[in-house]
Write a protein that binds this ligand. Structure first.
Ligand SMILES: Nc1ncnc2c1ncn2[C@@H]1O[C@H](COP(=O)(O)OP(=O)(O)OP(=O)(O)O)[C@@H](O)[C@H]1O
Length: 213
C-alpha cells in the first residue's frame, strides 16, 4: 500500500519546468530522487512538504484511513498533516539565536529522549548545550535530521542528507536511516548520486536533465 502517491507533479518557474513527476512510495520503503545540481530535487521535496506550491499534479498521502491530496489542504490542515505525519530534513538548519541543540529537540518532541538520538548520530555530548548556530555544518545537518526524525513521522523527506558529512560519518547516517525504514518510516531521499543511498533504496525519480527552459 502506498503511503505517498505522486501524480504528475509539476512546478513552473516562468519558462522553466520541473517535472512532471509520478511515483509511489510504500511504508518502510526508501525511495531516491536523483539528479544533478539545479535539476529540481529540492523543488520536488518542497512541493510535497507544502513549502512551495505546485503548478500541477497531486501528492496523495495515505495513512491509516486518512487519504488526502496534500496540494488541496487548507493551511491548518497542512500544518496538522505535517505535525502528524511528515518530517523534513532540509539542507539548512533553521537555527534560532541562542537556542541549544537540546532546546530545539525538546521543543520539537518534548516527550522523546533526544540524547539517545544525538548519540546514534554521533553528535558529541560537549556540544548538546551549546547554541545550535555555533555547531559545525556536519553537526547541524545531523541535528536537522534528529529534529525531523524525533517524532518518528510515517514519511520523512531528506534533502542531500550526506552533503555536509565526511565519509567516515556516512555509515552512521546509513545505519540510522536503515533502522528508521525498518521501523516503518517511508524515506524519500534527494541525492546527486545513487551510491550515497541506502542498499535497499529504489530510484523513484531521475531528474537527469536540468529543468527545461
Ligand atoms: N523561485 C524560483 N524562481 C525561479 N527559478 C527557480 C526558483 N526556485 C528554483 N528555481 C530553479 O529551478 C531549478 C531547480 O532548483 P532546485 O533547487 O530544486 O534544484 P536541486 O536539484 O535541488 O539543486 P541542488 O542539487 O543544486 O540543490 C533550478 O534551475 C533553479 O534555479
Amino acid at each position: 500500500m502506498a503511503i505517498l502517491h505522486a501524480e504528475g507533479i509539476e512546478k513552473r518557474y516562468g519558462a522553466r519546468t520541473v517535472g512532471p513527476v509520478s511515483f509511489m512510495l510504500a511504508a518502510g520503503e526508501t525511495g531516491l530522487v536523483l539528479g544533478g545540481s539545479g535539476s529540481g530535487k529540492s523543488t520536488l521535496l518542497d512541493l510535497i512538504h507544502g513549502t512551495r506550491r505546485a503548478s500541477a499534479g497531486a501528492a496523495v498521502l495515505h495513512i491509516g484511513g486518512w487519504r488526502r491530496d496534500l496540494f488541496n489542504l487548507s493551511v491548518p490542515e497542512l500544518v496538522a498533516a505535517r505535525r502528524a505525519a511528515i518530517g523534513y530534513c532540509t539542507q539548512f538548519l533553521p537555527a534560532i539565536p541562542g537556542r541549544t541543540g537540546l532546546d530545539l529537540a525538546r521543543q520539537v518532541a518534548p516527550s522523546v529522549a533526544a540524547e539517545a538520538v544525538f548519540e546514534r548520530l554521533a553528535l558529541p555530548p560537549r556540544i548538546w548545550n551549546l547554541p545550535a548556530s555555533s555547531w559545525s555544518g556536519g553537526e547541524k545537518q545531523r541535528l536537522n535530521l534528529a529534529l525531523a526524525a524525533l517524532r518518528r513521522p510515517p514519511l520523512l523527506l531528506l534533502d542531500e542528507p550526506f552533503a555536509a558529512l565526511d565519509r567516515a560519518l556516512h555509515p552512521v547516517l546509513r545505519s540510522f536511516l536503515t533502522d528508521l525504514a525498518e521501523e516503518g518510516t517511508a524515506l524519500l531521499i534527494a541525492l546527486h548520486h545513487a551510491e550515497d543511498g541506502l542498499p535497499a533504496a529504489r530510484t523513484l525519480v531521475s531528474l537527469n536533465q536540468p529543468a527545461k527552459g
